[in-house]
Design a binder for this molecule. Structure first.
Ligand code: 4NP
Length: 155
């Protein structure tokens, strides 16, 4: 499975999501490829925000080597699943979709834990709240593994 996590800057939320899901894949031997991107190119080439690095490190996940990059239309070809952190990321990704197959790959990450509620991961860049962001992404990433790996094994 190839999974892309997307937020606005690709320095706060999606790097944490990438780190968690890659960690779950590696520790469970799933062989998934996980990446992240931002809908803006504002922080292109930058490492994750120090506060994201810190909360991930607290839970044993090193995201310090990640580099911010912008989401591009080619990502629809590279990835099986594309998870948006909030509704504006979701809408910006869908604006680039070329066809129904592209669109079918995109969903809100918190639909994994709160289906039908269209919940967003709050943007912590100005407001803080990195611990809460980590917790909701950890639960959501576990749900992704459950849906796309454990269920797939049962069939
Ligand atoms: P992210 O957070 O989308 O979770 O990476 C943000 C990072 C930077 C900005 C906004 C949100 N910014 O305005 O530069």
């Amino acid at each position: 499975m190839k999974v892309l996590m997307v937020c606005l800057g690709n320095i706060c939320r999606s790097p944490i999501a990438e780190g968690i899901l890659q960690h779950l894949s590696d520790s469970q031997g799933l062989g998934w490829q996980v990446d992240s991107a931002g809908t803006s190119g504002w922080h292109q080439g930058e490492a994750p925000d120090g506060r994201s690095q810190q909360v991930a490190a607290k839970y044993g996940i090193d995201i310090s080597q990640q580099k911010s990059r912008k989401f591009t239309v080619a990502d629809f070809d590279q990835f099986d699943l594309i998870f948006a952190m909030d509704t504006s990321n979701f809408n910006d990704i869908l604006k680039l979709a070329r066809n129904p197959e592209d669109r079918s790959k995109v969903s809100m990450i918190l639909e994994q834990t709160n289906p039908g509620m269209n919940r967003s991961v709050p943007d912590p860049y100005y407001e803080g709240g990195f611990e809460g962001v980590y917790t909701m992404l950890y639960e959501a990433c576990n749900a992704v593994v459950e849906e796309y790996h454990l269920k797939a094994q049962q069939h």
